[in-house]
Design a protein around this ligand. Structure first.
Ligand SMILES: [Zn+2]
Length: 158
């Protein structure tokens, strides 16, 4: 760590303590070159999430954009803000679990999986956008998937 005053890289740590509610370590360093003290912080590196677009471009994962898509599908449907929020959070966690870089289609699939048990209509609406439905048969297929998911769902109390 280079001294901000004289540029020397020779220094020693004279004090270390927890900072930012244990999310960082603050160190006081004494420069061997000029004798001044300076402070450094050590933090966990945040994983950058990214999306691989259909044309191969890579963009940062945009939580707000994902949320907007789901929100549009849920418009006028009985999906609470809380459910919507936790769905978006689950998608973000899903992306993280998949290594932090996933294809657009994968995010759509995660969103659809999460929407199906929340609201069937919203799920079909979402699928029609993300899968690019072109004919009524596509809707019927999606509804069949929805019914299958419904049958597999365990009864409460089981
Ligand atoms: Zn110095």
């Amino acid at each position: 760590m280079r001294c901000p005053i004289c540029g020397s890289i020779e220094n020693r740590v004279v004090d270390s303590r927890s900072a930012d509610r244990d999310e960082a370590i603050r160190r006081r360093r004494l420069c061997e070159g000029c004798g001044e003290r300076f402070t450094t912080f050590e933090r966990v590196e945040e994983q950058q999430l990214s999306v691989v677009k259909r044309d191969g471009r890579i963009e940062p994962f945009d939580r707000l954009r994902v949320e907007a898509g789901i929100r549009a599908a849920c418009k006028g449907r009985p999906v609470s803000e809380e459910d919507l929020d936790s769905l978006v959070h689950d998608i973000e966690e899903g992306v993280r679990m998949l290594g932090g870089e996933v294809e657009t289609a994968r995010i759509g699939a995660l969103a659809l999986e999460g929407l199906r048990p929340l609201d069937g209509v919203a799920a079909v609406r979402f699928a029609s956008v993300y899968k690019g439905f072109e004919n009524p048969g596509d809707f019927e297929a999606e509804i069949r998937l929805l019914e299958e998911a419904d049958i597999q769902r365990p009864e409460p109390g089981e």
